[in-house]
Design a binder for this molecule. Sequence first.
Ligand code: NAD
Length: 502
Amino acid sequence: MADNRVPTVKLLINGKFVESQTTQWRDVVNPATQEVLARVPFATTDEMNAAVASAKQAFKTWRKTPIGARARVFLKYQQLIRENMKELAAILTAEQGKTLPDAEGDVFRGLEVVEHAASIGNLQLGELANNVAGGVDTFTLLQPLGVCAGITPFNFPAMIPLWMFPMAIATGNTFILKPSEQDPMVTMRLAELAIEAGVPPGVLNVIHGGVDAVNLICDHPDIKAVSFVGSTKVGTHVYNRATLNGKRAQCMMGAKNHAIVLPDANKQQTLNNLLGAAFGAAGQRCMALPVVILVGEAQSWLPELIEKTKGLRISAGVEPGTDIGPVVSCSALDRISSLIATGVEQGATLELDGRNPEVAGYAQGNFVGPTIFSGVTTDMTIYREEIFGPVLCVLHAETLNDAIELINANPNGNGTALFTRSGAAARHFQEEIDVGQVGINVPIPVPVPLFSFSGSRASKLGDLGPYGKQVVQFYTQTKTITERWFDEDDVSAAVNTTITLK
Ligand code: NAD
């Protein structure tokens, strides 16, 4: 029986935050303490259909709202997010576990997309060619698609919803958002601020749930496009189901990102960057660096990497000075611990074992400390699977080309980074590496919203990425208009249009 003293997460349907009538609820749990923060509903089919119906109705007027009016909603929205940054970060840390500075970073990276959405007037311009034939002009309109939907993962509950609905709405669509059921509270606070900023009723709707909600989004005939971020298994299902139903889909999925360290790299900068990218946010970033390939002499840096890692502080995200917070759930902790055990069984050398750390004041938390394996080979489970925890696999290569070959043989293509002082090596790497987002002495090369997120190969399905220029194409249909106007006294109509257009 549900505990009625715990607050409930609301649905957003037609501009109103409403209580679900469902009988199916899930607890939202603080991963540092196991405190139940809220209960999230699995919306009923009627509620989800009502959300889509309200989005369909709202599209009739929103699509014709002047572009400046749409832009001004996002100018106001970015201001509200800035004003509420501390509160948003605190909610995020409580339900997700990442440190407060990381939580602010999560909100901030989403805020940058909102700022970009405010310049939609420039982004949604069509093209015009004058006199493509005698007296004929051709131009394009980038028109919104209708009702679009987004499905988001637990690891960036502010940034990733903000990758989706601001650009979809700014381009004139209406939206159904389904946040992760593990940490929906900061997403709901962002939805409240969006309504306060002036997003009209029905333009943004939020439903909650799991498999049924996702399948309804993929199947509903009134939903035209689906944006998904999450694991490869679910993303592949969403892509196949949505596209079979004739929808546009873009799916950003799992990763196994590699760093290459050349012996000429700036040693201290490189080691510090590796620590942040492998263990920050408890390794729960799709652009984390869970694999490092030490090339040649750089292999001798391993002891120093291990020593530095030992200095990282594990505690609750709210504690000042914390480097590594808890992982999101007890089941995530079990999964990571069992993968570490598998690594040992399969013969990797466990240089640093982060299992069962003592964390003063947080005995119940889902903590796993930084863990380092050396002697990892590409057939091992810890190399092949996405661990999504603070576990670093160290591999060796004799040359840069050997390391590039290794990365290109991995099915994933989300992100990668090279550490070197050699411009020639860097240029060779960026040319030859088959990965969507490449960092040169930049450990987590997530592009700012002037560009688009551009994972590739098994990390992505669909041609167009989220945010940036590509997403304007994703959320719009290009209509090409060819027009000619006759003078009143022009009577020279020809039967053969080909000749007329010459
Ligand atoms: P997930 O795939 O478990 O969940 C994502 C969404 O799918 C959630 O909203 C969830 O409710 C829904 N879902 C879960 N299981 C489902 C099922 N069986 N059928 C239908 N829907 C289902 O992912 P997660 O654990 O929340 O997030 C972590 C994953 O997301 C990692 O694999 C990570 O690499 C990936 N990720 C990728 C990117 C990227 O840009 N490539 C960014 C962030 C996270």
